[in-house]
Design a protein around this ligand. Structure first.
Ligand code: PEP
Length: 249
């Protein structure tokens, strides 16, 4: 049986409280009556978690953080712990997004420690991986991504506590996407690599992320081994994000 499709929205550093509340209400209304069996999760900026959590209460719409520190508490100004996210109502957290790997120099080892923290706090870690354009042009995309997976996954990772998001760096926010064959090749390679690392690798949800929008969601979500999408820009517009969720069937 295929794992349950997951459509996750990464709001990044966007929206103020009023806008976030309106977006959350529109998505919550959709989820109350949605016929699609796909799960939907939104990952707002940390200061908006309470506002969004209040709007989602009692609906099947999930909440996630965008990052967490590896430790549970301490002298780490500006950071948030996985336990704090859990306390704020989150069930998920993205770790290792390419913008964090690039802007904050995050290594696979650090991403792994953050995923461990997520598991410790009872959160599902959405572990992000993806090659740069230069790496793809050099024919190294599969090697780069499978090695990121091996380096970023804690030993205790299971299909229940971990989701992997393949996000080619050059496709994020650019309107460009890999060919459907390239996505299929990468997702098959990821599934095979996970088979060496986990006993329930077939049940792990593998998301594609990078310029997913209503016009390409159908064909991307139909690819073998694609079990959902991580969506940036299009998750900020209720109409677009709902259309992507509907495309998940
Ligand atoms: C992302 O940042 O995770 C992402 C996929 O962004 P976009 O959909 O805007 O390319």
């Amino acid at each position: 049986m295929s794992p349950r499709t997951l459509i996750a929205g990464n709001w990044k550093m966007n929206l103020l409280r009023g806008e976030a509340g309106l977006l959350a209400v529109a998505l919550a209304d959709h989820m109350r009556s949605a016929t699609s069996g796909a799960e939907m999760v939104v990952c707002p900026p940390t200061p908006l978690l309470d506002t969004v959590a209040a709007k989602l209460a009692g609906t099947p719409l999930g909440l996630g953080g965008q990052d967490c520190h590896a430790e549970s508490a301490g002298a780490h100004t500006g950071d948030v712990s996985a336990e704090m996210l859990r306390d704020a109502g989150c069930g998920f957290v993205t770790v290792g997004h390419s913008e964090r790997r690039a802007d904050h120099d995050e290594s696979d080892g650090l991403v792994r420690a953050k995923a461990e923290a997520a598991h410790r706090a009872g959160l599902i870690a959405i572990v992000c991986v993806g090659e740069t354009e230069a790496e793809r042009d050099a024919g190294r995309a599969v090697d780069v991504v499978t090695s990121q997976i091996a380096g970023s996954l804690p030993e205790a990772s299971t299909a229940a506590n971990t989701v992997i998001a393949y996000e080619p760096v050059w496709a994020i926010g650019t309107g460009r996407t890999p060919t459907l064959d390239d996505i299929a090749e990468m997702h098959a390679a990821m599934r095979a690599r996970l088979g060496d690392l986990m006993t329930d690798s077939d049940a792990v949800r593998l998301l594609y992320g990078g310029s997913v929008k209503p016009s390409n969601a159908d064909e991307i979500l139909a690819i073998a081994n694609v079990n959902g999408a991580l969506v940036g820009g299009a998750s900020l517009k209720a109409e677009d994000f709902i259309a992507i969720h509907r495309a998940a069937g």
